[in-house]
Write a protein that binds this ligand. Structure first.
Ligand code: GLA
Length: 373
């Protein structure tokens, strides 16, 4: 974890809100990368995210009144809301996330005091590493993100941020919310983040359109498979049987989810057994399915994938997060990070005329208070 950023956030808090009153407290929550399981969490599927050592710091101090003030090192503007008359999410900018938590808790019957908040992160916002999920109480974010901010995302990012454990992938079953940990052979592998240098806007509509298309497919499949409560329950045979009822787009979306769920199920045992080559090949299949069937990839993410798997020491690579820009993730042989990085940066620069940020990333953990920054 980068404590220098934590210190900057503390300093920023004092500059903006003054040093009077009780001391502010500083918290850190991890971002995440998802090893496998693209767009299956909101279909009840299993996923394999890893909490990373980059995330979001927040310095916070409770107020005597009902004002919520929020500033961020990463976003312009200073927000100042009255909790008795909160604006809607669109008018709240980045502060929609903390405001959403407050509004949702109050809807649930809580009566909150105001807060001064200063944020600053070491995950690039919009890069697909869950900067938004790494804010405040992660489970509260889950409610706020879906109900207030308006992205109909699943539960993976918040659970990964809250439950992640160093050296392990989180096995999370998004249907019954049970979870377990899969120990990773970390002495043999490194995670590399590959930033396509394009940012995506989750609430921009494409994400929610995928949710509509795939849940539309489920409604039709249920006519012949009434026992299926979510796409995760649908078998390949049931999907084939319903194919004639589905539009081409619905078929592609459902085909991705059914295939991806099966891949995550297989991946669990492969990872636990340290079978990194086989696991990497599932990452490749996941990328192709996200590209051609769920259609959430971009030219740059495809290029990052291709350049990665072209390197002899790469086990596998795929876009991570929602897609539509953001980052890809590669798993490479430990010790080969520099040659891998040079290979990808050079190939990408040749094709797109700009250098992608390519860097190794370590393990994070659950949300915690930072005392020494
Ligand atoms: C975003 C969402 C998650 C998940 C991923 C895709 O990160 O917030 O809930 O759906 O996309 O796997």
């Amino acid at each position: 974890m980068d404590l220098a950023t934590g210190r900057r956030v503390r300093q920023f808090f004092r500059e903006r809100f003054g040093g009077d009153g009780p001391p502010e407290r500083l918290f850190f929550a991890s971002g995440r990368v998802n090893l496998l399981g693209a767009h299956v969490d909101y279909h009840g599927g299993p996923v394999l995210p890893v909490a990373v050592d980059r995330g979001v710091f927040v310095a916070a101090r409770v107020r005597a009144d009902r004002r919520l003030r929020a500033v961020s090192l990463d976003f312009p503007g200073a927000h100042d809301f009255d909790l008795d008359a909160p604006p809607n999410a669109a008018a709240a900018g980045f502060a929609a996330y903390p405001l959403g938590i407050c509004v949702t808790l109050e809807e649930g019957g809580a009566r909150l005091r105001g807060l001064d908040l200063a944020f600053g992160g070491t995950v690039p916002p919009g890069a697909g590493m869950s900067s938004s999920a790494a804010i405040l109480v992660a489970t509260a974010t889950a409610i706020a993100e879906t109900r207030f901010v308006g992205v109909r995302c699943g539960i993976m990012d918040q659970f990964a941020s809250a439950l992640g454990r160093a050296g392990h992938a989180l096995w999370l079953d998004c249907k019954d919310q049970s979870h377990d940990y899969v120990a990773l052979p970390s002495e043999r592998m490194s995670f590399m983040m590959l930033d396509s240098m394009t940012r995506r806007e989750l609430a921009g509509g494409s994400f929610n359109r995928r949710v509509d298309e795939s849940t539309g497919a489920l409604a039709k499949i249920r006519r012949t498979a009434p026992g299926a409560t979510c796409l995760r329950d649908v078998t390949s045979a049931q999907l084939e049987a319903a194919r004639g009822d589905l539009t081409d787009v619905e078929w592609k979306r459902a085909r991705h989810v059914v295939g991806e769920v099966a891949r995550v199920q297989r991946a669990r045992a492969l990872l636990a057994a340290g079978e990194l080559l086989e696991f990497g090949s599932l990452m490749g299949q996941s990328h192709q399915s996200s590209r051609h069937l769920y259609e959430v990839s971009t030219d740059r993410l495809d290029a990052l994938h291709e350049l990665s798997v072209d390197h002899p020491d790469c086990y596998g690579a795929r876009l991570t997060g929602a897609g539509f820009g953001g980052c890809a993730l590669a798993v490479v042989r430990r010790g080969c990070e520099e040659s891998f990085q040079a290979h990808v940066v050079e190939g990408f620069a040749r094709r797109f005329g700009l250098s992608p940020a390519v860097y190794p990333i370590g393990f994070g953990g659950a949300l915690f208070e930072v005392a020494d920054a």
